[in-house]
Each structure stands twice: as structure tokens, then as C-alpha cells.
Design a protein around this ligand. Structure first.
Ligand code: EPU
Length: 429
């Protein structure tokens, strides 16, 4: 297993460009299952999760082809992915693939809508929380799917799905996406209420519209879909990754310095930008991105995670890493996932002063963090350790880098480009 070694204490400077969004790309690529023909997706990040989805679609019978190339200009598409879903012989997602990536559940809606049947492994538990999929199943059942759970698999069947009114018990991102895709081919009108409003959902709505779906309201809490008989293959560009952009902003605030984060989607980052400003950072729009100038030491801020447009749970760990060295005490409340403080124990090993009580962490800022050997059990927690390592004195070794590789494209080379002393060590524990 690879690890990343960071020699901290060096401020960051220069420009860095944000890659395409993982969480926007995953549902868009699953939408290719809704139509025969070759779908093309541009700016697809080169990540382990995208490769896992590629393997899953190939397993079903789709033809998946990557056309990679470095971006030479802002309008060029760095990575293109083609998916030909004309022939899907096996509409199923096996346990081996679903267990490595929960987002595999996103194939359920499209498969049952187009082929009338789907067999998808239940994802099981996850490092950050229980993460059930009851809302996905309730929604599909409302659209007339017959849902059976057997041997750890969900088996969904339907002659043709029928439009219905679905009120989610709570806003769920992939649940909303699954139902949007299912309803696109259902007979009649579907209204989805209490939907998640994340920008990735809006992006999926645009992709589906481009395929011929009649869909309105994606990105708001009520989405209306009038089902059509057939869709055409997709041709869509992935939006920049707001969480990667936010992570880079946090990295600059923790390490210190002056960085231009190109392609940072400011409109999707308002809550995070507000918190970083409160912490003393200067953040201003520049060209297609955001320039961040770090304070010499952050100020303490309180934050509570919430569904979009609130502060994203996917940036909680990275901002907490900044707050470890803040002047004063910060209160961080995690409301989305019940077990998303896995980074705390590791940050403590770097000299942070944090106490956790249930969903609340109190972070008392210390003057300095010290490098240490650390590891994390999920993607964003790993990113927070890199952020902390950039600030810490001495060497920090972050183990289990495969978590980072799931969701950050070339993070260490991007940070190296900003002057960080960071390198990957192949094959170590
Ligand atoms: N929930 C249920 N029942 C459901 C679905 C969700 O109780 O059927 C609960 C969850 O347990 C959680 C809350 O609802 O407490 C919100 O979960 P949501 O369904 O919105 O999360 P998700 O769709 O599984 C996506 C992202 C996550 C991100 C969350 C929250 C993708 C592929 N994943 O997950 O991203 O944290 O939304 O914004 O879009 C990551 O990228 O590191 C990551 C974990």
C-alpha cells in the first residue's frame, strides 16, 4: 500500500486546477445505462471510484472506453469516457464491486427503468456511518417496482415503472439521483419532494435533459419528471469538483500562502468560503477560480454540516484540520453521518486538542502541530490528514493512500506544483 510523506511548514504559492467532480461524474455515467448507443462524458476525473464504476458497467456488458489526455487549455477536456450501453446482458451489480464503492447502487434506478429488472448487492456498513438505502427502495416501490431482498441482494423488477409522488423522509443525494433516472423512463409524471439540492443533482438533471428526458427542478427540493418511452445516449461534461476545490482552499489556509485555485466553482462553495473567511482567509474570485490568501494563523469558527447549500459534510474533516491551529476554540457539529470524526484520533496524534461528544467536536487551537505517522479509514478523513501535514512541523506519513486515490486526482502532484514538500512512497504500509 502506498503512503504519502509530507514535510510540513512550507507555505503554498502558485496556481492549481481543479479536476472534474467525482460525485457528479458517477451518476452521470450511470445514466448511460438508460439508453442504447454510445454516451460520451468529458472532464471525467481519473480516480479509483470511476475505474470501479467502469468495471461494474463492463461486468454488465457495456463497452467502456477511456480516452485520456492532459488538459492543454481551460476549454479542453482532460479525460473522456465513452460508455456504450446498447447491450446489457447482466443487469446486476455484484457484492465484490459494490463493497468497494457504495455509489454502485446508482445503477439500480436506470437498470430497472430500462430493462425491467436489476439485481444489486446491498452495500452494507461503511466507515462513516450506517448509510442505509431505504429511501432509494421506497421511491422505486412507489414507482411500481417489486422489491425483494434476498441473500444480501436487492432484486427489483417491473414491467414498466409508473410515475408517482415520492416524498423522501430526508434529503438523500444518491437516492434523489436514482429516482430521477428511474422516473425518466417511467410512464407518466413523477414528483420527487424533499429532494437533496446538491449541485451534482443539477448536473445530472442537465445530463438527463440532454438525453431527451423531461425534467424540471433538479437542484431544488421538488423535481418533476415526465417519463418518456426512450432516451438517447448522453454527451455531457462533468462540472469541476467543489469538494476538491474546498480541500485545496483548506490546504492553503492550513499551510499558509497565496494560491489561485482555478476552476473552483464559487457558487457551489458559498458556505465553505464564508467559514474560511470567518477563519481569517481572504478569498476572492479571479478568472475562472478563487484566489485564497491565508491568515498567519486561522481564527476559531463554529460550523455545523448540513445538506446543500449548508456546509458540506465532505469538507468537515479538512476544515477541522485548519482549526486545529486556530486562535481559540471551535465547535464542529456533524449532522449527516454518525461516524464522521475518524480523523480526530489521528489529528490528536499530531498534537491537536480535540474532544468529541456524540456529534460535536470541540477543537481547541494549538500553536503548532507535529508530524506523525497517521492513517484514515475514509476519503475525506485522509484529505484532512494531508491538510494537517502541510501545517505540521516535521514529517507526516499518511498511510492507506488508496482512500485518497478514490476521490482526489493526483493530489500530491497538484500540491507539489504549489511548492509543498510531498511525495508518494510506493508499496509501504
Ligand atoms: N440516508 C438514509 N436512507 C437512505 C439514504 C440516505 O437514511 O436511503 C441517510 C444517510 O445515512 C445519511 C443521510 O441520509 O445520514 C444523507 O446521505 P445521502 O444519501 O445524501 O448520501 P449519499 O448519497 O450516500 C453522497 C455523496 C457522499 C456525501 C453525501 C452527503 C456520492 C456518490 N456520495 O452520498 O460523498 O458525503 O452524499 O453529501 O455522491 C464522499 O465523496 O466522500 C462522500 C461520502
Amino acid at each position: 500500500m502506498d503512503s504519502i510523506v509530507i514535510q510540513g511548514g512550507k507555505p503554498l504559492a502558485g496556481e492549481v486546477t481543479v479536476s472534474g467532480s467525482k460525485n457528479a461524474a458517477l451518476p452521470m455515467i450511470c445514466a448511460a445505462l438508460l439508453a442504447p448507443g454510445r454516451s460520451s462524458f468529458y472532464d471525467v476525473p481519473d480516480l479509483a471510484d470511476i475505474r470501479t464504476l467502469g468495471r461494474l458497467l463492463s461486468h454488465m456488458g457495456a463497452r467502456v472506453q477511456r480516452a485520456d489526455g492532459a488538459r492543454r487549455g481551460p476549454t479542453e477536456h482532460a479525460h473522456t469516457l465513452h460508455v456504450d450501453a446498447s447491450e446489457i446482458g447482466r443487469p446486476e451489480a455484484p457484492y465484490e464491486l459494490v463493497k468497494t464503492m457504495r455509489a454502485s447502487v446508482l445503477v439500480l434506478g436506470p437498470l430497472v427503468a430500462r430493462f425491467g429488472r436489476a439485481r444489486v448487492s446491498l452495500p452494507g456498513g461503511c466507515a462513516i456511518g450506517a448509510r442505509p438505502i431505504d429511501q432509494h427502495l421506497k421511491g422505486l416501490a412507489a414507482l411500481g417496482a417489486n422489491i425483494e431482498l434476498a441473500h444480501g441482494y436487492v432484486e427489483a423488477t417491473a414491467k414498466r415503472l409508473k410515475g408517482a409522488r415520492v416524498i423522501f423522509d430526508l434529503p438523500t443525494v444518491t437516492g434523489t439521483e436514482n429516482l430521477m433516472m428511474a422516473a425518466a423512463l417511467a410512464e407518466g409524471c413523477t414528483t420527487l419532494e424533499n429532494c437533496a439540492r446538491e449541485p451534482e443533482i443539477e448536473a445530472l438533471g442537465r445530463t438527463l435533459s440532454g438525453m431527451g428526458a423531461e425534467i424540471s427542478g433538479a437542484g431544488t427540493s421538488v423535481i418533476t419528471i415526465i417519463g418518456v418511452e426512450q432516451l438517447q445516449a448522453a454527451d455531457a461534461t462533468v462540472v469541476p469538483d467543489r469538494i476538491e476545490a474546498g480541500t485545496l482552499l483548506c490546504a492553503a489556509v492550513a499551510a499558509g500562502g497565496d494560491v489561485l485555485v482555478r476552476r473552483a466553482p464559487a457558487a457551489h462553495l458559498e458556505a465553505a468560503i464564508a467559514k474560511l473567511r470567518e477563519a481569517g482567509a481572504s478569498i476572492s474570485p479571479e478568472g475562472d477560480g478563487l484566489r485564497v490568501r491565508a491568515p498567519s494563523r486561522p481564527e476559531a469558527v463554529d460550523l455545523i454540516t448540513a445538506p446543500f447549500p449548508g456546509f458540506p459534510t465532505d469538507l468537515q474533516a479538512q476544515l477541522m484540520a485548519c482549526l486545529c491551529v486556530a486562535r481559540g476554540a471551535s465547535r464542529v457539529v456533524e449532522t449527516i453521518f454518525e461516524n464522521r470524526f475518524m480523523h480526530v484520533q489521528e489529528l490528536l496524534r499530531m498534537g491537536a486538542d480535540i474532544t468529541v461528544d456524540g456529534h460535536t467536536a470541540v477543537v481547541r487551537g494549538v500553536e503548532r502541530l507535529e508530524g506523525a505517522q497517521v492513517m484514515a479509514t475514509d476519503l475525506r478523513a485522509s484529505a484532512s490528514l494531508v491538510v494537517a501535514g502541510l501545517r505540521a512541523e516535521g514529517d507526516t506519513t499518511v498511510g492507506r493512500v488508496y482512500h485518497l486515490d478514490r476521490g482526489y486526482e493526483s493530489l500530491e502532484s497538484k500540491l507539489t506544483g504549489l511548492g509543498a514538500r510531498i511525495r508518494r512512497v510506493r508499496g509501504s504500509a
